[in-house]
Design a protein around this ligand. Structure first.
Ligand SMILES: [Cu+2]
Length: 107
């Protein structure tokens, strides 16, 4: 019984190694080394208190491809780091606007 499962296991292990290798090749795994990161900077004039930032941050962190959200209430700016293979700056701005805040691109 042990013998049979051992011989059955080997091709699966080999397959997994090949699969992982091809995933690295495709850039599906491997993290920052292969991912293309971009930064979107914008003004959010109506973002004037902590409650606003909570709403905006929640909307953005639920957006695929968004890696980091930095909101500055005093300056009314938003700096978002994202993977440009998964989302665009225009989509990020649309997300913020859907949450109720107009945006002005500043980069
Ligand atoms: Cu507010």
């Amino acid at each position: 019984m042990d013998r049979i499962s051992n011989t059955n296991l080997k091709p699966i292990e080999e397959y997994n190694v090949k699969l992982i290798a091809s995933m690295i090749g495709l850039g599906l795994i491997g993290g920052a080394a292969v991912a293309k990161e971009a930064t979107a900077e914008m003004k959010v004039p109506a973002m004037d208190c902590a409650a606003c930032t909570v709403v905006i941050k929640k909307a953005l962190t639920q957006t695929k491809g968004v890696k980091n959200v930095d909101l500055n209430v005093d300056k009314r700016t938003a700096t978002i780091v994202y993977e440009d293979t998964q989302v665009t700056q225009a989509e990020i701005q649309k997300t913020i606007e859907k949450a109720g805040f107009k945006t002005e691109r500043s980069n």
